[in-house]
Design a protein around this ligand. Structure first.
Ligand SMILES: Cc1cccc(C(=O)NCC2(NC(=O)c3cccc4nocc34)CCCC2)c1
Length: 246
């Protein structure tokens, strides 16, 4: 998979992708990352990449032409078709389902805004979809691009070892993760739940699933509505509710 990132801070993304699972995916050739800086494609001796907004108001808007030239350079570098994604607060929420969809693409171009955003005409002409990582104010789209890179990198075949894929699997059915414990068994902060020390793997699996279900019910009931629960799952939730009511 190839990802081109168009950003005024290309090192930012390169650094984010240089560590851990993402860095290893690049090393293994599962993912290639290319950064394009609109400033390198800006005309004139001031190499402007932004300008004042028509209609007045504060802030600046990213100019069309440096963005257009950056996208053209990316396409000239590799003719493979690409999905052009603008990371934007106006975008559709990034979900695991969307990450899985993107991970299956041959190539993505991730466009990062700065200032107040980019000229709407570029979005209408060149952007296939807008994606948001959440409803809060950021200084730029680069952190959002780094989130997309991480989420799709770990979904590439061969990117994860068994331990790492455990985390991936835990969310695959759309539930929150169960609590985790490690040494020591006894600690000033408390003991490890006895079931985890029992060696009864069926019971441990039940307990972990029940914990995921209950935590999802308590903290993110919206996820629970979306999750495909089995009959066994509903029994685990009912058993917990009964114990709570008792
Ligand atoms: C709720 C809200 C309303 C209005 C503006 C902003 C805001 O933060 N505007 C600033 C910019 N924000 C983002 O790029 C950005 C922000 C958040 C999530 C994102 N997911 O992808 C890109 C994202 C847009 C141009 C430069 C940075 C946020």
């Amino acid at each position: 998979m190839r990802i081109d990132v168009i950003s005024l801070f290309p090192d930012f993304i390169a650094q984010c992708a240089a560590f851990g699972v993402t860095g290893r995916a690049v090393e293994r050739g599962l993912l290639s990352l290319h950064a394009w800086n609109p400033r390198d494609h800006a005309e004139g001796n001031y190499r402007r990449v932004d300008d004042r907004p028509f209609g007045g108001g504060p802030g600046m808007v990213m100019l069309i032409d440096p963005l257009r030239a950056s996208l053209a350079a990316a396409r000239a570098d590799d003719p493979a078709p690409a999905r052009v994604i603008y990371l934007s607060p106006q975008g559709a929420p990034l979900t695991q389902a969307k990450a899985r969809e993107l991970a299956g693409q041959e190539r993505l171009v991730l466009l990062c805004g700065r200032y107040e955003g980019i000229d709407e005409r570029f979005i209408e002409a060149e952007v296939d979809e807008e994606l948001s990582i959440g409803d809060y104010v950021l200084s730029g789209g680069e952190l959002a691009a780094a989130v997309v890179v991480d989420a799709v990198a770990r979904l590439q075949d061969g990117a994860l070892n068994d331990a790492e894929s455990a985390v991936q699997d835990s969310f695959e059915d759309g539930l929150l993760d169960c609590p985790h414990y490690t040494r020591p068994v006894e600690h000033a902060l408390g003991a490890v739940p006895a079931v985890l020390m029992s060696g009864n793997h069926a019971e441990i699996a039940r307990w972990r699933r029940q914990q995921s279900l209950v935590r999802t019910l308590q903290r993110r009931p919206d996820l629970l509505d979306e999750a495909a629960l089995s009959k066994a799952d509903r029994k685990l939730l009912d058993a917990w509710r009964t114990r709570q009511a008792g």
